[in-house]
Every structure is written in C-alpha cells, then in structure tokens.
Design a protein around this ligand. Structure first.
Ligand SMILES: NC(=O)c1ccc[n+]([C@@H]2O[C@H](COP(=O)([O-])OP(=O)(O)OC[C@H]3O[C@@H](n4cnc5c(N)ncnc54)[C@H](O)[C@@H]3O)[C@@H](O)[C@H]2O)c1
Length: 262
C-alpha cells in the first residue's frame, strides 16, 4: 500500500534539491505531482523523470513570488488533476550576499530573500489552501531552516524569513484546523544538494557519520549526527504530507542532525 495513494501534491521548487527529491518520493508513494518550478528545463526534467518511473506529474512554470503566476499554476494543476490535497512550499534559499542588517543591500538581498522564502509561501497558501479545503482537507508543509531555531549569524535576512515561516505555520495551523488542513514546518540543517556542494565544496559535507569526520570543515563538526541528504528531508515531508501525521499541526520539526539541540 502506498502512503499518498489518491492524493495530489503541489510542490514548489521541484526542479532541484530537496523539493525534487520529495516530488519523486511522493510520486513513488502514489501521489500525482504538480511540479511548480521557475526554471523550465529542470522543472520539466523532474516531471519527465516521474513519468518515466510510472508516476503522474505535470510541470507548471511558476514564479512563487508573483501572485498571477501562482494563481495560474493552481488553476492548471486543478484542470489536470481535479483537486489538491498537499502543498509543499519548498522554493527558497539564502543568497551569498546575505549579511548583517547594518550592511545588507535592501533591494538586492532583503527584498529578494523575503520574496522567494516568505511571500512565495504566503501566495501559495493563499491560493492552494482553499482548494485543499474544497477537497475535504489535507496537509501543508513549509520549508523553514535550523536558522529559525538558533539564528544563523550573519545571515540576518534568511534567518528572519525562515523564522517568519515558523510563526506563519503556527498561525495557519490554528486558523485552518477547522477546514481539516494541517500546517507544519521543517527546520532543516545543512543538506547536501547540488547547489550546496557548489557553494561549500566537498569539505562542507565531509564525515558521513558522527565518528567519521575526516576532511570535514569546522562548521560540519557542529552537527552532532551528520549533515543530511535531500531524501532525509523528503522523508519527513512525506510523513507530514500523509495521514500518518494526522495528530500533528503547527509543529516546527528540527531536522538538523541535532545541531539545535544544544
Ligand atoms: N539545502 C539546505 O541545506 C537547506 C537547509 C535548510 C533549509 N533549506 C530550504 O529548503 C528549501 C530548498 O532548498 P534546496 O537547497 O533544495 O534548494 P535548491 O536551490 O537546490 O532548489 C531550489 C529550487 O527552487 C527553484 N526556485 C527558485 N526561485 C523560485 C521561484 N521564485 N519560484 C519557483 N521556484 C523557484 C529553483 O529554480 C530550484 O529549482 C529552501 O526553502 C531552503 O531555504 C535548505
């Protein structure tokens, strides 16, 4: 038996990284997938790969920071699949130019980071939650970060955006429980995505276990367990998306190899 059989999931940023891993996993677990991604080549490739593996997926070019784009994407997903049960707000990330509030560029960094991480999630909730309610209820999973739990100095803008995601998650959970919609957040530590490997290099991920830290950078040593793979977060998103987690709403789940625990 599959864990998301019969469900339709709208997943943002699913051309790469964590969201791509989740899209493929959700599809293997029986969900039909709306791949909402700004990059046409990678989004189409994810949908194609899911179809080649026997799943159902539609790529919809979507810019989560633009309300018209989100509205059109939601409509396109509904036309294709007839309903929406799950929203995984995963598009986002930090900019290399992020920094301290006294120095950070307000247009290029503050505005862009807030738009893709926070406004994007708000717009997708605004347009997808009413459809989930119309389908009888379901689940929203928001990507936050360990930065929301401990403060990622000096990434002040990213930290603020991901902290707001946790607060938003709690508020939405309280509001929409009556519509049978659960809303939870995942606070991920560093994950070995392609983008991060380009950013940090191999030393940023050295040490596949807590006892094997040869070649690991100092920052990796801050993780009591280990830094994760995209599938580690996809597995948590799968649990939150499906009915096994039906008692959980308004939670912000740390998935950071223990980094925020001490
Ligand atoms: N990778 C990590 O270490 C890590 C840690 C904690 C939290 N996160 C969060 O997890 C999420 C995914 O991170 P990732 O590392 O897998 O990212 P990634 O960069 O690998 O993939 C992000 C995807 O989002 C797409 N995207 C960007 N802007 C978009 C927009 N406006 N509309 C639609 N799609 C857009 C990109 O094209 C890309 O395909 C982000 O919200 C990030 O902040 C990541």
């Amino acid at each position: 038996m599959t864990r998301l059989g019969g469900k339709v999931a709208f997943i943002t940023g699913a051309g790469a990284g964590i969201a791509r891993s989740a899209a493929e996993l959700f599809a293997r677990e029986g969900a039909r997938i709306a791949v909402a991604e700004i990059d046409a080549a990678s989004g189409a490739a994810t949908a194609q790969r899911i179809r080649e593996q026997g799943g159902q997926a539609l790529f919809i070019r979507t810019d989560v920071t633009q309300e018209a784009s989100v509205r059109e994407a939601t409509d396109a997903a509904l036309r294709e699949f007839g309903k929406l049960d799950v929203l995984f707000n995963c598009a986002g990330g930090s900019l290399i130019e992020d920094g301290v509030v006294t120095e950070v560029d307000l247009d290029a960094v503050w505005k862009r980071t807030m738009e893709v991480n926070l406004l994007g999630a708000i717009l997708c909730c605004r347009h997808v939650i009413p459809r989930i309610i119309a389908a009888g209820g379901g689940s929203v999973v928001n990507m936050s970060s360990g930065a929301a739990l401990r403060g990622a100095s000096p990434l002040h803008v990213y930290t603020a955006a991901k902290g707001a995601i946790v607060s938003l998650t709690r508020a939405l959970a309280g509001t929409y429980a009556r519509g049978n919609v659960r809303v939870n957040a995942i606070c991920a530590g560093r994950i070995q995505t392609e983008r991060n490997v380009r950013k940090y290099g191999p030393a940023g991920f050295g040490g596949g276990s807590s006892v094997d830290r040869q070649g690991a950078s100092e920052r990796v040593k801050d993780y009591p367990l280990w830094v994760g793979q995209p599938i580690d977060i996809a597995n948590i998103a799968l649990f939150l998306a499906g009915d096994e987690s039906r008692m959980i709403t308004g939670a912000a789940i740390p998935a950071d190899g223990g980094r925020s625990a001490y």
